[in-house]
Design a protein around this ligand. Structure first.
Ligand SMILES: Cc1ncc(COP(=O)(O)O)c(C=O)c1O
Length: 380
């Protein structure tokens, strides 16, 4: 039998040949949207801390107080002794903001999807999912054992077709989509998906990880299961599911990623509470990432941004890496996103806009894109 390292070396070489090798690079976050990499200060367009709340003084103070009072860790699963009192407060805040009866907080967004989907459907059931759902929804769908079918991105006719052809042969059916797609920044047609779910006696679950929800202006979408994360706009850590009281009661007793994993550190949950209170009090702050993204798309004559995320598709992985390197040399951090995270031939620069970006930073990065002619890349 070949040694493990030999097998892995071969795999690494194959990935390198396809420009698909990945390795974390140490990044120190500084004030505002600045980061440090290898001694160089860069303006980042690759952070999901859309509102800059991870460094907000009230968020830090809440986390510090919880840390000092309750220690660094929860000590056990929520179902044993890890269910500290911050959870109750956070879950009622989330339910209130999402206009649902109840909420359940998980260890991360990944764990929320991984625990929820297999708890709801299994063998003999059907999952009909958008082609672009996040890896953790996909992993969860596969783990569930349900029959998985995928419709072309945001295609209602294709979704309907799959339901018409397959719904009747399956017991339960779950439709999966996202409010804001993480690598494309576009939005799902939620009212129409909800209508399809109703017509085909199915449940609709959406991943809202990249929704910079502004509680004051938030309209509850007609969705049975709303999943989200506390690690992006809320600037903290953790994931959640909001829905009916019965759904949440069930998840708390059946979602394996909740039951068999240690509860979140009290400081993280306290930070999320402080962050959501700030979002509630400052709808104008929540509106800024989208306004900044739209400023960027208007400068470049691109279709108007639908969210804080704007992809610039350059097709080839090596081109995306080269473009990211040029931006870095000019003082900007913009991650190159490559297959398999996105489909073949759609490698891209992914811009994530924050409330904390300055207009001059957006103008400067747009100028480089124009000068380099990256907008001219033919679409796939
Ligand atoms: C769409 C989407 N869902 C879920 C997650 C996972 O969330 P978390 O980072 O909290 O695990 C991510 C994170 O990248 C995401 O982009």
């Amino acid at each position: 039998m070949p040694a493990l390292d030999d097998v892995l070396q071969q795999k690494l070489q194959l990935l390198a040949a396809k420009h698909q090798l990945r390795a974390p690079r140490a990044t120190g976050r500084d004030e505002g949207v600045a980061v440090w990499r290898e001694g160089k200060r860069l303006i980042s367009f690759s952070c999901n801390d859309y509102l800059g709340l991870s460094r907000h003084p009230q968020v830090i103070a809440a986390a510090r107080a919880a840390l000092e009072k309750y220690g660094a860790g929860a000590g056990a699963s929520r179902l044993v002794t890890g269910d500290h009192s911050f959870y109750t407060e956070l879950e009622s805040l989330l339910a209130e903001n999402k206009h649902t009866q109840a909420a359940c907080v998980f260890g991360s967004g990944y764990l929320a999807n991984l625990g929820t989907i297999p708890a709801l459907v299994g063998s003999g059931d059907l999952i009909v999912a958008d082609k672009f759902i996040h890896a953790c929804m996909l992993d969860a769908a596969r783990l569930s054992g349900a029959t998985l079918m995928r419709f072309a991105h945001n295609s209602l006719p294709h979704c309907r077709l799959l339901l018409e052809a397959n719904r009747r042969e399956h017991h339960h059916c779950l439709i999966l989509s996202e409010t804001v797609f993480s690598m494309d920044g576009d939005r799902a047609p939620l009212p129409e998906l909800a209508a399809l779910a109703q017509e085909f006696d199915s449940w609709l679950m959406v991943d809202g990880a990249h929704d910079v929800f502004s509680p004051a202006t938030h309209h509850s979408p007609p969705v049975t299961i709303q999943m989200g994360t506390l690690s992006k706009a809320a600037g903290s850590y953790g994931g959640y599911v909001c829905g009916s009281q019965t759904l949440i009661d069930y998840l708390k007793t059946a979602a394996r990623s909740l039951i068999y994993s240690t509860g979140l550190p009290p400081a993280s949950v306290a930070a999320s509470i402080a962050a959501i209170n700030i979002m509630q009090a400052q709808p104008e702050l929540c509106a800024m990432p989208l306004a900044h993204a739209r400023y960027f798309t208007s400068l470049l004559g691109m279709p108007q941004a639908q969210s804080a995320i704007v992809p610039l598709i350059v097709r080839d992985s090596d081109k995306a890496l080269a473009a990211s390197k040029i931006l870095e040399e000019n003082g900007f951090l913009v991650a190159a996103i490559r297959p398999p995270t996105v489909p073949e031939n759609t490698a891209r620069l992914r811009f994530a806009f924050s409330a904390l970006h300055e207009k001059s930073q957006i103008e400067a990065v747009a100028k480089i894109i124009k000068e380099q002619g990256w907008l001219c890349a033919p679409s796939p």
